[in-house]
Design a protein around this ligand. Structure first.
Ligand code: ADP
Ligand code: MG
Length: 943
């Protein structure tokens, strides 16, 4: 080597953190007392280190004092290691990492990274660097790559220089501090992701950040390598048997193992014992070079200052003291150039010669000893003498090319031949190799064991869960069976109830039909009555016309009578003197004429009175008839309304029945489904019993899925049917509302009609009364006239008898009479005029009334037509509804039976595992899945 190997001790520094807030709050005592820069006193006992850092040391101070020089070592081709040792929360991570992106609080690692690059930038231009980093953690003696989470259990191998390394660990080439920090961030992230309790995890795992630097001088061709391990160890406190929550004893042992083997290694090294148990743990193996090997190692002993952690602090300090005694032999990691190799070979050759000489000397001495000779002291082997001899020999045979091959140093007292030595070396190498292989194998086996254990756990879980499932299924089955029985009973009952309901429904529909027929009949009757009312109205009209006619006749008669009277008056006036002069025969003639007239008048008056009486009786009759008809009409309408109410209630009840029916159908459906499911489960269970739990489960799933799908379809159908039904019902209620409205309108119109009729009647009666009154008055006047006339005539006749004796007197009398008659006539004309006026009034009123009557009749007709139409519509709707109901009933009935069939389908024996091609493929694929080898992890979970 170009540089002689230098022996150095491990650099051990101690760092106390300040009391943390909870310790302050608790009033913990601050126990360390510092003496100088390298000594700390705990309870009076001094502990010496290379440096002791008090609690107020800043990150940069610590770095400058401890870690900075390591950068130069590593870049100079030496290996370096910084350990942080101490109990949990003593400041290891704070020291190694700190706050990674905080320039004040960042710890050793980010500062080293920065420094490495800064140093490189300031170095010789001819140097070329290759920097790669690795980041892994060791937990339960398993190496997990933090830069590739898929690498979870890496193994440790030795390279050709017998230096251990983590095989297969990700090595990331980096060219800037940012890239290194990215790698650290990534590693920390993947550390966080995998665990639930990061604090616990980090206190039990070692995290190791490795920076590997290779440099090559392009001028001299010299190559140097330096490895820097930055190790944040697990908490140094022992994990008790029950200390680790959720871990079994084995795990607690494993957690302690790597640290305790670190302790053992350090003890062995400090005691200088021949055997160092590096191979006890992966951690010690990886750091073999850092502990007693070719490495500049710094150990940071992190301590809590609290009196509470007194014991831990002391043991930590003791550990540091022990570690301080470890000696490392540091040498430059250099790849030699050809020249250097040659020099080295020559040197080695020289060494070899000395050794060979020693060997021959010793062999000779040994032989002598063995042959029983005693070798005198001066003949015995002496190192210095031998060396001197070799040198002498060397100078004598300077260019002796026949120097034998170098041999390994044999153990004292054991004579080994060259071949044996070779063999021994080869064997050693082979054995180491084997050991590594075994290590590998052990790793693999442990991985396999782990996975198998996991699988076993999974399987056990699965088994117990399936057992539980089985039990629950069994109980469920029995429950379902009993339920099935009950359901069957229930179904029977429901079916019976359904039948009853159907019968009921039929009865109700029959009743509805009857009622509708009755309604129809009543409507017809109403129509008839209305027509009869119309005919009566007609009759009334006729009667009115007749009265008019009679009136006309009476007026005519009256006028003729008045004419006659006037003529008589004239005749009487003109013939007064004549009468006296003429013969008494002419008077008689005139008297007879008058009598005839009077009798004629009398008969006519009688006929008139008779006729008026007749008219009156017919009027009263017609009024009676009208009244009766109206009564009937009212009764009919009442009946109609009753019937309508009845129809309404019937429809309501019909709806109720329908709803009930639907509910019952639903229950029947659900019960049917349940039966089918139970049957399916029975089948599944029998299959399960045949140890085909999985396939049974699959089948069950499939069956249930099918049932589910059937149920869904069925429910969809039912839903659509129900929607339709609802729609129809809505339509029906709308129509009924319309009907109701029409009926109400009719009622209103009827009332109006009645009112009009009453008014009409009143008017009629008034008119008739007036007419009769007038008639009576006229008759009275006629009577009076007659009487007067008769009186006049008798007086005249009497006077005519005395005429001869008293002529002058008679003339005045006659004149008086004429006056009287004239006044009478005037009165009569007045009465006549009044009558005529009244008549005219009545006539003018008559067309109005007629018009009104006609309008009313038309209205009645229209209303009747509307009613009829509404009834027809209602009948049509009813019919439609009935048809719809029938259709739905029909649809539901076959669906019930059809549904049963469709649910039962999947559990038909022919269709079970693989009757239909789809099922076959599905089941087969499931079976294939289930038969996958147990080695595939998670196969059990997927079930
Ligand atoms: P460990 O890694 O040993 O379990 P940490 O480094 O996580 O402990 O430290 C525990 C706590 O104490 C952290 O909050 C850290 O910031 C704090 N701490 C540790 N050392 C110091 C120190 N020298 N100065 C200030 N705070 C510190
Ligand atoms: Mg930590």
């Amino acid at each position: 080597m170009a540089d002689p190997a230098a022996e150095t001790t491990i650099n051990v520094v101690c760092r106390f953190r300040p009391l943390n807030s909870s310790e302050v709050a608790r009033g913990d005592k601050y126990i360390p007392k510092f003496q100088g820069e390298d000594c700390v006193l705990i309870a009076g006992k001094p502990y010496h280190f290379d440096r002791v850092f008090q609690s107020d040391t800043t990150q940069v101070q610590f770095y400058n004092a401890v870690a900075q020089k390591i950068v130069r070592d590593v870049l100079g081709g030496y290996n370096g290691t910084i350990f942080a040792y101490g109990q949990t929360a003593s400041g290891k991570t704070h020291t190694m990492e700190g706050k990674l992106h905080d320039s004040d609080m960042m710890g050793v690692i980010p500062r080293i990274v920065d420094d490495i690059f800064n140093y490189i930038y300031s170095m010789d231009e001819n140097l070329e660097f290759h920097i790669k980093v690795s980041y892994f953690e060791i937990y339960l003696d398993k190496i997990k790559d933090l830069l590739d989470v898929s690498k979870v259990n890496l193994s440790v191998h030795e390279d050709k220089n017998r230096v251990p390394y983590v095989k297969g660990c990700t090595e990331r080439f980096v060219s800037s501090p940012e890239e290194v920090m990215d790698a650290i961030d990534e590693g920390k992230n993947s550390r966080h992701v995998a665990v639930t309790n990061m604090n616990e995890h980090s206190s039990r795992s070692h995290s190791i950040f490795l920076i590997n630097i290779k440099q090559e001088n392009s001028q001299t061709g010299q190559k140097l390598t330096g490895k820097l391990y930055l190790v944040d160890l697990a908490g140094s406190e022992k994990v008790g048997k029950t200390g680790a929550e959720g871990t079994v004893l084995d795990e607690a042992k494993m957690i302690n193992k790597s640290l305790s083997s670190l302790g053992n290694v350090i003890s062995a090294l400090s005691e200088g014992s021949g055997y160092v148990p590096y191979r006890d743990s992966k951690m010690t193996r990886i750091l073999q070079d850092s502990l007693g090997g070719n490495c500049r190692t710094t150990m940071v002993i992190c301590c809590s200052p609290s009196a509470f952690n007194d014991a831990e602090t002391r043991s930590t300090l003791m550990f540091g003291q022990r570690a301080k005694t470890i000696k490392n032999t540091v040498s430059l990691n250099v790849e030699l150039t050809a020249e250097q190799w040659k020099k080295k070979w020559e040197k080695e050759n020289e060494k070899n010669k000395t050794l060979k000489n020693t060997v021959t000397w010793l062999e000779a001495e040994l032989n002598r000893w063995r042959s029983g000779e005693s070798v005198p002291v001066e003949d015995q082997f002496d190192k210095e003498k031998a060396q001197a001899e070799v040198q002498a020999l060397d100078s004598a045979l300077n260019n002796d090319k026949t120097a034998p091959a170098p041999a390994l140093t044999p153990l004292p007292g054991v004579k080994l031949t060259e071949a044996e030595t070779k063999q021994y070396g080869a064997e050693m190498a082979k054995l180491y190799k084997e050991m590594d292989d075994k290590d590998d194998e052990i790793n693999q086996q442990s991985q396999l064991l782990e996975s198998l254990k996991q699988q076993m756990l999974d399987q056990e879980e699965l088994l117990s869960s399936s057992r539980q499932d089985h039990d629950t299924l069994q109980t469920e089955l029995s429950r379902l069976l009993s339920e099935n029985e009950a359901s069957k009973e229930e179904v029977k009952e429901v079916l019976q109830a359904l039948e009853e309901l159907a019968v009921n429904y039929d009865q109700k529909s029959q009743e509805v039909e009857d009622k509708a027929q009755e309604f129809e009949a009543l409507s017809e009757e109403l129509n008839e009555k209305s027509s009869s009312l119309a005919s009566i109205d007609c009759e009334l009209q006729k009667l009115k016309e007749m009265t008019n006619h009679q009136k006309k006749r009476v007026t005519e008669m009256m006028s003729s009578l008045l004419k006659d009277l006037a003529e008589i008056g004239i005749a009487l006036g003109s013939n007064d003197i004549k009468v006296t002069t003429r013969s008494s025969g002419l008077v008689d003639e005139e008297f007879t004429v008058a009598r005839l007239y009077i009798s004629k008048m009398k008969s006519e008056v009688k006929a008139m009175v008779k006729h008026s009486k007749q008219l009156e009786s017919s009027r009263s009759e017609s009024t009676q008839k009208i009244e009766a008809t109206e009564m009937e009409l009212i009764a009919l309408q009442l009946r109609v309304s009753q019937h309508e109410a009845k129809i309404k209630s019937l429809t309501d009840s019909l709806q109720n029945v329908e709803q009930k029916k639907r509910q019952l159908e639903e229950t029947v459906d659900s019960l049917n489904e349940e039966i089918v499911r139970i049957k399916a489960q029975e089948k599944v269970n029998t299959l399960e019993k045949d140890n085909e739990i999985q396939s049974a489960n699959e089948i069950k799933d499939a069956v249930e899925k099918q049932i589910q799908s059937h149920r869904e379809i069925h429910q969809k159908q039912i839903g659509s049917l129900r929607d339709e039904l609802d729609h129809k019902e809505k339509l029906m209620t709308e129509l009924q509302d319309l009907n109701q409205k029409i009926v109400l309108e009719q009622e209103r119109l009827r009332v109006e009609h009645e009112k009009l009729k009453a008014a009409d009647q009143e008017k009629n009666s008034r008119y008739i009364c007036r007419y009769v009154e007038l008639h009576a008055r006229e008759l009275q006047t006629l009577h009076n006239l007659r009487r007067l006339f008769v009186k006049d005539l008798t007086t005249r006749v009497k006077k005519s008898a005395h005429m001869d004796s008293d002529d002058a007197e008679s003339t005045t009398m006659q004149k008086q009479k004429i006056c009287f008659l004239e006044s009478n006539l005037e009165q009569l004309t007045k009465a006549h005029k009044q009558l005529l006026r009244d008549n005219a009034d009545l006539r003018s009123e008559l067309p109005k009334l007629e018009k009104r009557l006609r309008a009313t009749a038309e209205r009645v007709k229209a209303l009747e037509a509307a009613l009829r139409e509404a009834k027809e519509n209602a009948a049509i709707d009813r019919k439609r509804y009935d048809q719809e109901m029938e259709r739905i009933k029909d649809a539901v009935k076959p669906k019930n039976t059809g549904r049963r069939a469709s649910i039962a389908k999947p559990i038909r024996p022919g269709q079970l595992p693989g009757a239909s091609p789809i099922n076959t493929s599905v089941n087969r694929s499931n079976l294939i899945q289930n038969n996958q080898p147990a080695g595939i992890k998670g196969g059990g979970n997927s079930r």
